[in-house]
Design a protein around this ligand. Structure first.
Ligand code: DGL
Length: 263
């Protein structure tokens, strides 16, 4: 089984891309809705939650783990790789590769939670792979609560987005990384506000493509579809908004199951 986790429902944008790319593999999702958002929390707390989330997925039978949360990936992916004996994928590396390939003027914007931007992971990774590329980043702490609240097309959300993107526009970024798996849900309001010529990057499809290549090469990993077993979506708190957003992301009703209380 492919295990995917996020702080909430945003990582479902990644889970959906994986479902589309790998329809024959069972997937188990965990969204930590009870403790979301992670973005304002300390690295220590996010690492602690990431370990618990990984353990939960492995207990349910996951053989591969996808960290579908930039905040968790930015501070915890190295540790998770060291501590757990399973292949670990995350959303930052593919976004970095895409951004480097996409930029023409060498100025890349990155938006994300406070935890992700504070970690400086995008700038470090882009500097290591493409030293000539400049990174302009901006934390956008209000966006995750707005998405989790379902305010995807509200006037207030548009105002907040415009305000956050202003400094990046001033620096003339030609590529913008959505460094949070919640942000693809705001893509329709982000694109016109950053400018229609700016390449907006989200890594869901490329993580899925990376995973597909890996699965094709490692067919013995024990992720084969078990007859009658559908994909499972767990959360640490079942709420109406989580159900609504899950349905919006997948375009169908999603049965959110409550994960056990040991998390
Ligand atoms: N989707 C998570 C991310 O990619 C949201 C973080 C949060 O819970 O603040 O960073």
């Amino acid at each position: 089984m492919i295990g995917v986790f996020d702080s909430g429902v945003g990582g479902m944008t990644v889970a959906r891309a994986i479902e589309e790319a790998l329809p024959d593999y069972p997937l188990i999702y965990f969204g930590d809705t009870a403790r979301s958002p992670y973005g304002p929390k300390s690295p220590e707390r996010i690492i602690h939650y990431s370990r618990q989330n990984t353990r939960f997925l492995l207990e349910q039978g996951a053989r591969v783990v996808v960290i579908a949360c930039n905040s968790a990936a930015s501070v915890a992916s190295d540790l998770i790789r060291q501590e757990f004996d399973v292949p670990v994928f995350e959303v930052i590396t593919p976004a970095v590769q895409q951004a480097i390939a996409a930029t023409r003027n060498g100025v890349v914007g990155v938006i994300g939670t406070r935890a992700t931007i504070r970690s400086d992971i995008y700038r470090k990774m882009i500097a290591a792979a493409a030293p000539g590329v400049k990174v302009v980043s901006s934390p956008c702490p209000l966006l995750v609560p707005l998405v989790e609240e379902g305010w995807l097309d509200r006037r207030e959300t548009k105002m907040v987005v415009r305000r956050y993107l202003h400094p990046l526009k001033m620096k003339q970024v030609d590529t913008l990384v959505l460094g949070c798996t919640h942000y693809p849900l705001l893509r329709n309001i982000i694109q016109p506000r950053i400018g229609k010529r700016v390449r907006v990057i989200d890594s869901a499809a490329s993580v899925a493509a990376e995973l597909r290549v890996f699965m094709e090469k490692n067919s013995d990993i024990g992720c084969d579809m078990v007859a009658g077993q559908g994909n499972r979506y767990y959360v640490s708190d079942v709420t109406d908004t989580a159900l609504e957003i899950a349905a919006k992301i997948f375009g169908r009703k999603i049965n959110l199951e409550l994960a056990n209380d040991n998390l």
